[in-house]
Design a protein around this ligand. Sequence first.
Ligand SMILES: Cc1cc2nc3c(=O)[nH]c(=O)nc-3n(C[C@H](O)[C@H](O)[C@H](O)COP(=O)(O)OP(=O)(O)OC[C@H]3O[C@@H](n4cnc5c(N)ncnc54)[C@H](O)[C@@H]3O)c2cc1C
Length: 454
Amino acid sequence: MTGWTRRDLLAGSAFAALYGVARPLVGAEPSSLPWRNWSGGHVAYPQGRFAPSTEAELMEFLATTSGEVRPVGSGHSFTPLVPTDGHLIVIDQLAGLLEHDSATLRATFGAGTRLGDMGGPLAAIGQGMFNLPDIDRQTLAGATATATHGTGIDFTCLSGYVTDLRLITPDGTQIDVSAKDNPELFNAARVSLGSLGVITRMTLQNRDNYRLKAKNWVQPIEEVLEGFAESAANHRHFEMFPLTHSDYALTLSIDETDEPINNPPPSPEADAAFADAMRSWTQVPPRERMPLVNGLAEQIGESEAVDESYKILSNVRNNRFNEMEYAIPLEAGAECLREVLRTIIDKEVDVVFPLEYRYVSRDDTWLSMSSGDEDHAAISIHRTAEEDYRPYFDLIEPIFWKYGGRPHWGKVHSLGARELTALYPHFRHFQEIRQSLDPTGRMLNEHLRKIFIG
Ligand SMILES: Cc1cc2nc3c(=O)[nH]c(=O)nc-3n(C[C@H](O)[C@H](O)[C@H](O)COP(=O)(O)OP(=O)(O)OC[C@H]3O[C@@H](n4cnc5c(N)ncnc54)[C@H](O)[C@@H]3O)c2cc1C
């Protein structure tokens, strides 16, 4: 047994080393300091960056200027939600724990707070977030703006835990938003793609502080899929990372525990061994790869870790990639995943990056990809940042559409206003609110014009 784990597989240096030519960055002529997203695929040369240190400064800026503005979080979206030739609004200084209520277990943070900077302060006041995404470098405002989610059939995306927020509209007006005071705006503003104005603070419903135990192991994909609903019901969190050109998936369960903390760092030796093995896969044509990948998968050992909830739920991803993710109505999720995996084999797609398959609970926001009366299965495909993701993603995206999928707003997709209106019962309601708050469209960049106008 090598002791390779899921974390080693995704975070290991294998992927970056395997591919050659960097994708050229496209954008305007470099006349100002460039802005790039995390994966490096989108670049912009904004006219300026405005980083208010108070809400009053932000209100004044918006009230006294005109022209395009785009709020930016930590730039971790794979879609061009942020790029602008106008002004970026950076709310890094509007961060930190502002207030909390120990009776209701609610806490208010500056919206520029990174998710990874919330766990410690929350633990200190006896609270913990219900769930977190795969990484925690995103800002609270940025993560909720795209309905960022983790895994777990009982857990909504992060936006579902927002109870109150403060919105500074495009003309500089402050609105405090909650389900009680302005329910329609509340449903729109919790997942807004930064199109309604700039959010400066958010209150979250949390729970008492808690500890989690994660277990990773390898299992045949079909076996995991057949028992997925039962496993998802039996574990607080359950997900799998199907290996491409393989019968196996890396599988993860996470449950509450009182066991002592035991969270060993990833092993550099295992990383290196895995990177070598991955390199050997890519030297073999995809159609001959399955025995090799299966052979390696069968050697991957189980692993366990116990730690505070916020240290278990998120990971560190050092190697850059691009990702497409669609939420598929739950009953169709397994069939959709099977078709995606079959297509990768049949079309001999040269990809070694695993997929990700997880459940997300329904919620009552208007634009979350799991919004409405149904729970969803979220399926992700990935390409290293150095590669052109388009041919692979173009091949798979129609399969997601066939199964009624909705795209993650922060991950690559090609949909525009017409298709999105059909996918979201409240898309028109959202548009009415957006147009009333931003009649001149100063919050819209090229990507958002495609999404909202077509
Ligand atoms: C390595 C990696 C792992 C990821 N894992 C997951 C995962 O497990 N689950 C998941 O669902 N997603 C995941 N994502 C996607 C990511 O969570 C989202 O794209 C998220 O929106 C990024 O947050 P950000 O702070 O970087 O925001 P940005 O990408 O900078 O911005 C995102 C949106 O938020 C808006 N915004 C930012 N600040 C404000 C504000 N103050 N007011 C109003 N709007 C604002 C922006 O205008 C933009 O529309 C991952 C991304 C990466 C790179």
